[in-house]
Design a protein around this ligand. Structure first.
Ligand code: UGA
Length: 373
């Protein structure tokens, strides 16, 4: 790339049709400074995101936004016969953003081999191609690589997860939820080793519980077992109790997808190459909550803003992990990200508080379900 091309990189988004990818696609398109290829099997979330952005901008300025064109590629990267095509696509772009994964604990439990096939084997091909063609790789890993918090076992141990210092603690093999995190952990080590030995230019992102518009389907729209926000939202919409798995005392720190997308854009921009060969936690420790408190907060917001007259707020019910997910489930007690590294390298700072983001996302799903009904 010469310097005149530097503001027009060709970006290949792998897994572009998912929750994180669809938000990134819309944001990159708006910035209009790159050529975009979006690969996935389903582009409906991207279409939805683009339509919502057009609607929003028309409301604000009365006109439709301009932006880079998106080229779509419909390819199943797990199929061996598609490997060559994938390799050609990677060779033809400057930056590869890899978001291909199964990101749902219920699927790690019900289909550990499928999780491995996509999450691990499919990703190896992508990494190898980036090494072969000397392409910059932005690889989405997961906060699950930290595993269980050591503070639960060792007194005085810090709760914070630090990219450079924390040990990564997985559960036993018989709790096959850990196949996802173990595979992701090995991929990170493989990428790191390619950085050391072959000069691979990479950034690894560890997302910490992003939530936002289009995160998952709701269980009443589609069968399945999505992540917690969608379960709670569905329960409020249908008047069924909100389920607290194993009591709901486990804790998560939630980051709004709007904040997360800004972090991703800065990492892609890579000002001063400060993000190269780095691992970043991307999360918001200020938004830490127990799952029980999340259920209570969502119920409060529902009562204040969405509840119809005469409607009764559904209660909470406790359920075991095995009953909710099946045999092989295990949980992570607490996940608290240190975010000094990404702050220092990009100046990024999360801005949305938990209540504020929940109001916006619940409003979105409330409107969406209303328009479906
Ligand atoms: C998941 C993924 O496995 C991670 O890879 C991913 O990075 C992460 O989401 C994320 O969104 O960043 P987890 O936080 O366990 O991890 O996902 P959820 O399904 O949202 O569960 C959160 C907690 O709520 C768990 O303790 C779960 O047992 C509990 N839960 C879930 C309930 O109490 N009730 C429900 O209805 C659903």
């Amino acid at each position: 790339m010469d310097s005149s091309d530097r503001h027009q990189p060709d970006i290949l988004l792998l897994g572009a049709g998912g929750f994180i990818g669809s938000h990134l696609c819309v944001a990159l398109r708006r910035r209009n400074r790159c050529r975009l290829t979006a690969l996935d099997l389903d582009r409906s979330k991207i279409d939805q995101g683009l339509a919502e952005a057009v609607e929003f901008d028309a409301g604000v300025s009365g006109s439709t936004p301009a932006g880079s064109e998106i080229r779509y590629v419909d390819l199943d990267i797990v199929q061996p016969e598609n490997r060559e095509r994938l390799d050609e696509l990677i060779a033809g772009h400057d930056i590869v953003v890899n978001m291909i994964a199964v990101c749902n604990p219920a699927l790690y439990v019900s289909d550990p081999l499928g999780t491995f096939e996509i999450g691990f084997r499919g990703n190896l091909d992508i990494i190898d191609s980036c090494v072969r063609h000397d392409r910059r790789l932005i690889h989405f890993s997961t906060c699950e690589v930290y595993g269980k918090s050591p503070a639960v076992y060792v007194e005085d141990e810090a709760f914070w997860f630090d990219e450079e210092e924390s040990n990564l603690i997985m559960g036993p093999v018989s709790r096959h939820r850990w196949i996802y995190a173990s595979g992701k952990q090995l991929l990170e080590r493989y990428i790191h080793a390619h950085g050391l030995q072959n000069g691979l230019d990479y950034t690894i992102i560890r997302p910490f519980n992003y939530i936002g518009q289009r995160i998952d389907y709701l269980p009443s729209e589609q069968t399945g077992n999505p992540r917690v926000f969608s379960h709670f939202m569905n329960a409020l919409l249908t008047g069924e109790p909100l389920s607290l798995v194993n009591g709901g005392e486990q804790r998560r720190a939630y980051l709004y997808i709007r904040d997360a997308t800004e972090a991703h854009l800065r990492i892609i921009e890579n000002e001063g190459n400060l993000c190269s060969r780095r691992i970043f936690n991307v999360g918001n420790p200020a938004n830490e909550t127990s799952i029980r408190d999340l259920a209570v907060l969502m119920s409060d917001i529902w009562r204040e803003r969405f509840m119809s007259p005469g409607e009764v707020l559904p209660g909470l019910r406790e359920v075991s992990g095995e009953e909710f997910y099946g045999v092989g489930y295990d949980d992570i007690d607490r996940r608290l990200p240190l975010i000094d590294a990404i702050r220092e390298c990009t100046g990024w700072e999360p801005v949305y508080g938990l209540r504020e983001m929940l109001v916006e996302i619940m409003e979105y799903y409330h409107r969406r379900v209303g328009s479906i009904a």
